[in-house]
Every structure is written in C-alpha cells, then in structure tokens.
Ligand binder design. Sequence first.
Ligand code: ZN
Length: 50
Amino acid sequence: MAKAVSCPCGETIKADTDDELVRLVQAHGKAVHNQEVSREDALSMAQPAD
Ligand SMILES: [Zn+2]
C-alpha cells in the first residue's frame, strides 16, 4: 500500500514502499531542511495514501 508523509513545510512525499518513502523523506529533510531523518521518524509520520 502506498504511503505519504505530509511535511510541515507543505510538501507531500508519497511512495509505494516503505524503503522508497524513507529514502525520499530523508532526501527531502536533508535537501530542504538540512535535517537528518531516521527511518523510524519517517515511518512514524507516514499515513496511508491511495
Ligand atoms: Zn519539508
């Protein structure tokens, strides 16, 4: 099932797998917020998406 993370900055990051979602959230955190995001944090922010 696809999952999505709504970043506080307004960006929505969506992916089909946990691994992909974590990778995208980590890349976004680093590029946009200069912040390291752990796998646990990325997945804890994830919500089901269609
Ligand atoms: Zn953001």
